[in-house]
Design a protein around this ligand. Structure first.
Ligand code: ADP
Ligand code: MG
Length: 434
């Protein structure tokens, strides 16, 4: 549909949309909202930054009635994403009497329990904390009529599936189930079919085009010992223009070490990973969101769903373990038709990964010349040592007791465990050898 008015939405919601400056529905909204309003289960695939959040929140807001226990439950993989969706939901509900509670780990349970007790219509959260609250009897899900899994393929992936099955068993069978993501996998569709009634598969855009076309993809191949130098010269080349970048590292340790390295070279990066205290994570996000330019070093905890305005560059200091992760990482830039740049540093033994990303994502990456001589061999090991030296207890790195990423992963690698591929295609060679 071409307009929100045509969808028969209430005045409350239409005026909220006006205040948000959502003049007309995006393509995914125009297609998905009427289906959801018709009561269909949906599995929606639409590229990063195309407005999927409002596509599920608008029909929920339209249909939920104020009550005591939640009528809708939105499950998301990370705390940052839970908070972000909370923000959008509150704007959309501004003129309604609907109450929203958002729950995630790493913070005290009591305010969340109080908020649920006071009456909640929409519950948003990460799986671990939702289950905790169910077990404490604080989250009562008997009234849930709408269930959303945002970043569905990740939520139904191996690391999360047990938690999601538990949550699915805790909500009524008589409900509407909605899955959203920019990517999908055949195996996930099988699981989805098991939990959904005659789902409507909605795929926006060509099936073989998963990546936003307004991103320019470049790369360099350097020996391992030159990765930091390559990063430094890329950053140096980009500092003239005002750039706002996320640099992705593979593990919490690597992210912390990179933080040390860039600080040593006079930069003032921000750091985000799942081993940090929740207070620190939220502070980092607030800072990065308000900055016009700057650098945030992050693990995959920032790879999915985050909508931060005007990110110009996504830098893969470490190659993602899975091409799907590449798609989501680069999708933090180039949102809603904007331009973006993605730069990936491959080590000389990773040429196969490069081919795999190009093949799976159906993109062409262009080799970019970076000068690795200017900064020489920067010893990354030294920075690893230094960050390990700080480690637990240092606010920046968090402490082990709160090592909180809500059950979603163990060890230092965050957020992703590979299982098959979106359309059954298999990678030419296995990943995860390291
Ligand atoms: P996705 O979940 O598909 O990655 P988001 O829901 O995070 O995308 O939305 C991406 C951006 O687009 C957000 O900044 C959001 O405010 C904006 N947006 C969404 N819908 C509209 C609309 N109809 N009109 C204008 N901007 C919109
Ligand atoms: Mg999203």
């Amino acid at each position: 549909m071409e307009s929100f008015e045509q969808m028969g939405l209430s005045q409350n919601i239409l005026s909220a949309l006006k205040a948000m400056k959502f003049d007309k529905p995006t393509e995914v909204q125009g297609t998905a909202i009427p289906e959801i309003l018709n009561g269909r289960d949906v599995y929606v695939r639409s590229k990063t930054g195309t407005g999927k959040t409002a596509a599920f929140l608008i029909p929920i807001m339209q249909q939920a009635r104020p009550g005591r226990d939640p009528a809708a439950l939105v499950v998301v993989p990370t705390r940052e994403l839970a908070l972000q969706i909370d923000g959008v939901a509150k704007k959309l509900a501004a003129n309604t009497r609907l109450h929203i509670t958002t729950v995630y780990g790493g913070v005290s349970l009591n305010p969340q329990i109080d908020s649920l007790e006071a009456g909640t219509d929409l519950l948003i959260g990460t799986p671990g904390r939702i289950i905790d609250l169910i077990e404490r009897g604080a989250a009562r899900l008997e009234e849930v009529r709408f269930l959303v899994l945002d970043e569905a393929d990740m939520m139904l992936d191996m690391g999360f599936i047990d938690d999601i099955e538990y949550i699915l068993r805790s909500v009524p069978a008589e409900r509407q189930t909605m899955l959203f993501s920019a990517t999908s996998r055949k195996e996930i569709l099988d699981i989805a079919d098991k939990h959904m009634r005659n789902p409507y598969h909605l795929s926006i855009g060509p099936d073989d085009e998963l990546v936003v076309t307004t991103i320019k993809h470049t790369y360099t191949i350097v020996p391992n010992t030159k990765k930091v130098s390559a990063l430094l010269s890329y950053l140096k080349a980009r500092t003239g223009e005002s750039s706002k970048s996320i640099i992705f590292a593979r593990t919490q340790m690597a992210a912390s070490a990179l933080y040390e390295a860039l600080s040593d070279f006079g930069m003032k990066p921000l750091l985000l990973h799942g081993g940090m205290t929740q207070a620190r994570r939220e502070k980092t996000m607030r800072q990065f969101k308000t900055e016009k330019s700057g650098i945030m070093i992050a693990t995959n905890v920032a790879a999915r769903g985050l909508d931060i305005s005007n990110i110009t560059d996504i830098i893969n200091f470490d190659v993602p373990d899975d091409p799907i992760v590449y798609i989501h990482r680069v999708g933090r830039s180039a949102r809603m038709g904007k331009d973006g740049r993605a730069f990936t540093i491959f080590s000389t033994d990773q040429v196969r990964e490069l081919k795999n990303i190009e093949y799976y994502s159906n993109i062409k990456m262009e080799r970019e010349h970076v000068d690795t001589e200017e900064f020489g061999n920067v010893s990354f090991g030294k920075y690893f040592q230094r960050s390990r030296g700080r480690g637990a207890g240092d606010e920046r790195y968090g402490n082990r007791r709160s090592a909180g990423h809500d059950r979603q992963s163990s060890g230092g690698r965050e957020g992703y465990r590979r299982s098959g591929y979106h359309d059954g295609r298999q990678p030419r060679r296995n990943y995860g050898r390291r």
